[in-house]
Design a binder for this molecule. Structure first.
Ligand code: NAD
Length: 451
């Protein structure tokens, strides 16, 4: 039986006169298929199949890589400010710790689910392996709309979630970090809860902390800086003058906001940006500093008033004509439904998993170069790794060193990926996966399967 919410949804999508039992069934079937096609963990497994075939990967290793080591589902009850109890579902998944402790962010969002977290954890394994960091892949999240919570409710939620996952995290087990809707304050609460429980300060349990309690300079902007270094390296290879490029950025949070600012400062024209409310577009180039200031006042882009800017929704922003498209919001944004309409030369994946494998094929056939997430947005985990090393050594680096080491690691990874893609005549994504997976396969082979 359909609940009222579903009926409302159908009424909203189909005109009243068309609603019949048959149509509702068709709608439900289509919706189910779409959900399965867009299931991020199915997508992550499909990507493993594609690469395994390309590199003749041993079937046992493939089987091993397609499953996650550990998934923890926790119930997170909190007392709301009005005295009522609310219970949220939280997750922490470790996909692989073969090459080192798990590493990956924590996401607070209304659609978070176990399969999404499993996919994100899997992608973290590839990312750490591609950069040759001695870390594995993990991810966490809570199914919650944090905008509906007060600051003290958010703190209680974070602390209770930390308490629920405390036995499987730690500097030598699994080190969380920020992701969608989580920030340095949330990392500070996690670090404090963990430390109080262990009876001493343990800053190395999370990265992305405030600098005052063991955070690293440059972590806040690291993913944006990394995107820039990788894009610059690609433009050098392709003889593209980066400064003259027209750029579109979907997502205006940590990743989207920082890369938009960096590229704007380098002289590029950012012709459109969007947040969850929709976006703004002008051929002349947006004033990014003014828009970041608006965002930092907790306001949505749709409410920004400028007569020269046109409002654009989150679907249309992806198909705008531009040189470089940067999806920096969520996964599953470029699918077989819109890939044919994408009108750019380069896609630089700021978000994790924004392009489905089906869309990848269409983009390749249309000559669009996709710089894959595990390479493009790896700056975040790279500086998280630097933060972790600094915490363990209690010795902190200067920003120049952070950015120089970040650039070295990312440009080296880019060079390896670029040359392999030329040598094997495969996309940058396949080449990135081939490097990441072969390193991991070697580690599995060396360690063997216990017992
Ligand atoms: P964030 O919360 O700071 O920003 C997310 C942005 O996306 C916001 O502008 C939000 O309004 C927008 N958004 C949310 N839902 C949307 C939707 N349905 N449609 C369009 N826009 C939507 O998050 P972030 O840290 O910038 O992360 C963005 C992406 O980058 C995620 O895929 C994340 O996993 C990935 N990533 C983040 C980091 C990092 O260091 N923060 C590192 C690597 C990858």
């Amino acid at each position: 039986m359909l609940d009222n919410k579903k009926k409302e949804q159908i009424k909203f999508i189909y005109p009243e006169t068309l609603i019949s039992q048959d149509e509702i069934e068709i709608y439900e079937k289509e919706e189910k298929e779409l959900i399965s096609e867009r299931n991020p963990f199915e997508m992550a497994k499909k990507q493993i199949d594609i690469v395994a075939k390309e590199m003749n990967l041993d079937d046992n290793i493939k089987k091993f890589l397609k499953s996650v080591e550990r998934s923890l589902i926790v119930s997170v009850p909190i007392k709301k400010d009005d005295g009522n109890l609310e219970i949220f579902e939280g997750y922490r998944v470790q996909h692989s710790t073969v090459r080192g402790p798990g590493k990956g962010g924590i996401r607070f969002a209304p659609n978070v689910n176990l399969d999404e977290v499993k996919a994100l954890a899997t992608w973290m394994t590839w990312k750490c392996s591609l950069l040759c960091l001695p870390l594995g892949g993990a991810k966490g999240g809570i199914c919650v709309d944090p905008r509906k919570l007060s600051k003290s409710e958010l703190e209680r939620l974070t602390r209770r979630y930390t308490a629920e996952i405390i036995n499987i995290i730690g500097p030598d087990m699994d080190i969380p970090a920020p992701d969608v809707n989580t920030d340095s304050q949330i990392m500070a609460w996690i670090m404090d809860t963990y430390s109080m429980n262990k009876g001493r300060a343990i800053p190395g349990v999370v990265t992305g902390k405030p600098i005052e309690i063991g955070g690293s300079v440059g972590r806040e902007t690291a993913t944006g800086m990394g995107l820039y270094f990788v894009l610059e390296a690609l433009c050098n290879k392709m003889n593209i003058d980066l400064e003259s490029q027209k750029i579109v950025v979907q997502g205006f949070g940590n990743v989207g906001g920082n890369i938009a600012k960096i590229l704007c400062e380098k002289g590029c024209k950012i012709i459109a940006v969007s947040d969850i409310s929709g976006g703004l577009f002008t051929k002349e180039g947006l004033d990014i500093i003014e828009l970041l200031d608006w965002r930092d006042k907790k306001k949505y882009l749709k409410d920004f008033q400028n007569e020269n800017y046109e409002f654009i929704n989150n679907e249309d922003i992806l198909t705008l004509e531009c040189d470089i498209l940067i999806p920096a919001a969520l996964e599953n944004q470029i699918t077989q439904l819109n890939a044919k309409k994408i009108n750019c030369k380069i896609i630089l994946e700021g978000a994790n998993g924004p392009t489905t494998p089906e869309a990848d094929i269409i983009l390749k056939n249309n000559g669009i170069i996709v710089v894959p997430d595990i390479l493009a947005n790896a700056g975040g985990v790279c500086v998280s790794y630097f933060e972790y090393i600094q915490d363990i050594h209690s010795y902190f680096w200067k920003l120049e060193r952070i950015n120089q080491e970040l650039k070295n690691i990312l440009v080296n990874a880019f060079e390896d990926v670029y040359y392999l893609s030329k040598e094997k005549n495969v996309s940058l994504r396949i080449a990135s996966y081939m490097i990441a997976i072969s390193r991991l396969a070697k580690a599995i082979e060396l360690r063997g399967i216990f017992p």
